[in-house]
Design a protein. Structure first.
Length: 384
């Protein structure tokens, strides 16, 4: 769900490759089909692994160290939206061995047979995982059968502390700061950005309106649309990555964004010494807790290598480096001793108990509701 998640490290590893595609699978695969594919996996695989991950979402040396240790060549591609990933997976024959969908998208993809079940005997580092996170993920993937948590975070409001608090006359603690037209109008001149994510934005607006965040009622969706359309004239742009640099350099003053992205903007502003203080708020009405998951497509050409890579990422020191690079929490309890103090003790990365109590999942929608949601979002983006 998280659209683009830029971090400190810009991945630049072999992103063009001619995949040896498996001629199997397609949209609507059943679980039985994925199990059959798994049974047909070759005993000996070529030393190749094709990975598709969010942009700048891994430790600087992670892929290189894995290649040195295993002799497996990693072709590493990046994406910036769940919709793009879903399109490739639904079409079948993507050629990827490891992908990183957000759990709410993965939930419905599992029902379509897009992912193979994990062979947990090949994942000894599962013992390092955080039980609380695994339990929460089971809302999307029963028994954690198809996935392992990579990173998790929240969606909230990133803002220029000086400009926003001056304009609104108070600290930011509510979605009202950007969802109420009167407040948005006050911030129009310094600039507001929204995520380009229909599902997440609607979920958070539902929470602000006091409704079930995972409601799929058409009446509730109409209330969401009315509220969004009222604030649309004051929103400068709708994009899921541009706000990071723009917050850091003062081009905008407020953005609905992902926790780690906003914290990266904060750090970039501090490094630039431009006197911009970027803050991150989890609104009092609550917000989404999302999970980005490591999964193996049913038609992955190198499932054995995929298991090796996932298990490698579950080493405490390895995933800790990824958290340090991206400012995102990981789902590996054993990694905490290796995560830097600055990241580990940052409440924006690892929220305290009182904040976690206000977090709710973004559950998968029905296909019918998704169509309604998409049409609503298109109207909002175009302002028509």
């Amino acid at each position: 769900m998280r659209s683009m998640r830029p971090g400190i490290y810009r991945t630049a590893i072999a992103t063009t490759v001619a995949f040896a595609l498996a001629a199997v699978a397609g949209c609507g695969k059943k679980e039985e089909g994925s199990e059959a594919i798994q049974a047909q996996a070759p005993a000996a695989e070529e030393k190749v692994l094709n990975v598709y991950n969010w942009s700048d979402y891994i430790g600087e040396d992670t892929v290189g160290n894995f290649q040195k240790e295993t002799g497996i060549k990693v072709n590493y591609d990046v994406f910036d939206s769940n919709e793009l990933l879903e399109g490739k997976l639904s079409a079948g024959g993507s050629g990827y061995d490891v992908v990183v969908p957000t759990a709410s998208f993965m939930e419905r993809q599992i029902k379509s047979g897009i992912f193979r079940k994990l062979d947990k005997s090949k994942l000894p580092n599962l013992q390092n995982m955080d039980k609380e996170i695994m339990d929460r993920v089971q809302l999307h993937d029963a028994d954690n059968a198809h996935s392992v948590n990579y990173m998790w975070g929240t969606t909230g409001i990133g803002y220029n502390k000086e400009k926003v608090e001056k304009a609104l006359g108070r600290p930011v603690d509510s979605w009202a700061a950007v969802f109420e037209p009167a407040n948005a109008k006050k911030l129009q001149q310094c600039g507001i950005a929204f995520l380009d994510s229909a599902s997440e934005m609607a979920t958070m607006m539902l929470a602000y309106l006091g409704k079930d965040p995972n409601s799929q009622s058409e009446t509730d969706l109409k209330a969401v649309e009315d509220k969004f359309m009222a604030v649309r004239p004051y929103v400068r742009y709708i994009h899921s990555s541009q706000y990071i640099n723009d917050l850091a350099n003062g081009e905008i003053c407020a953005a609905v964004g992902y926790s780690g992205d906003v914290l990266q903007a904060r750090d970039r502003a501090a490094e630039a010494k431009n006197n911009i203080e970027v803050s991150y708020a989890v609104p009092k009405e609550g917000t989404i807790i999302w999970f980005d998951m490591l999964a193996i497509p049913a038609d992955a050409p190198h499932p054995g290598n995929a298991h090796l890579f996932i298990d490698y990422l579950m080493r405490p020191e390895v995933i800790a480096a990824a958290s340090d690079a991206s400012n995102y929490a990981n789902g590996n309890a054993a990694s905490l001793e290796f995560v830097s103090d600055d990241v580990k003790n940052d409440p924006g990365v690892y929220p305290p108990a009182e904040v976690k109590a206000k977090l709710f999942p973004d559950l998968a929608e029905t296909e019918e509701y998704t169509r309604l949601l998409t049409r609503m979002w298109t109207r909002f983006k175009t302002g028509q």
